[in-house]
Ligand binder design. Structure first.
Ligand code: AMP
Length: 217
């Protein structure tokens, strides 16, 4: 199955992706994770992307597209994929369509859009913590680790993402409204959009997403 997950920052894309990856048995491809990895490794891409990411702006389309093209060529993508945080602009969506056509691969089948009001997102992201070791996600209020600051899974240290500071969160939300929200119409017009209320408990949201994907077999 070929699915793309859309939603403003903090709408639960990362959390839902972990569940969907296991249930759909497809690789989870997060453009944000790939970029953070490139920054951590100090690659050319990482060095070019870092400033944009720290400011909460989008990384230029050409850089992100090259990275995604490479990743989709990986053999693990043969049975499908779950894209998380990509595409994020109309130009990226059109380029993805072209890329999949050129390579003779099936196109996007479902675009799941998670809806969460802006103020909820600010609370969610302000409390978000990520394990520096294995990348697992926590929330100080909604999903705390057993020991404060320590990952339950690997014992790694939990940290706050640089772009989760409140001012940066607000500018990331503005970027979403301006650059990513127009994608909803693009996919709605093609009959691919599956809109999901992302405000309830994570397991309930997963259930609804899976039911929708099933229903659109
Ligand atoms: P995320 O983890 O999805 O919230 O992404 C973190 C940051 O990575 C974003 O604020 C952007 O700076 C950058 N980023 C991730 N995905 C994309 C994309 N598809 N296009 C441009 N920039 C992206």
């Amino acid at each position: 199955m070929r699915v793309s997950l859309l939603g403003p920052p903090g709408s639960g894309k990362g959390t839902q992706s972990e569940v969907l990856r296991d249930r759909l048995r497809v690789p989870h491809i997060s453009s944000g994770d790939l970029l953070r990895d490139a920054v951590a490794r100090g690659t050319e891409l990482g060095r070019a992307a870092k400033g944009y990411m720290d400011r909460g702006e989008l990384v230029p389309d050409q850089l992100v597209l090259g990275m995604i093209r490479e990743r989709l060529r990986n053999t693990d993508c043969g049975t499908g994929w779950l894209l998380d945080g990509f595409p994020r602009t109309l130009a990226q969506a059109e380029a993805l369509d072209r890329l999949l056509t050129e390579e003779g691969r099936g196109g996007v089948e479902h675009v799941v859009s998670l809806h969460v009001p802006r103020e909820d997102v600010v609370v969610r992201l302000g409390g978000r913590r990520t394990c520096g070791g294995c990348g697992r996600l926590y929330h100080v209020r909604f999903q705390p680790p057993k020991t404060e600051g320590v990952c339950d899974a690997c014992g790694g240290r939990l940290s706050i993402r640089r772009d989760d500071e409140e001012a940066t969160i607000r500018s990331r939300l503005d970027v979403y409204d301006r650059q990513t929200a127009p994608l909803l119409d693009y996919y709605r017009g093609r009959g691919l959009l599956r809109e999901i209320d992302g405000t309830t408990a994570p397991a309930e949201v997963s259930g609804r997403i899976l039911a929708t994907l099933d229903g659109h077999g």
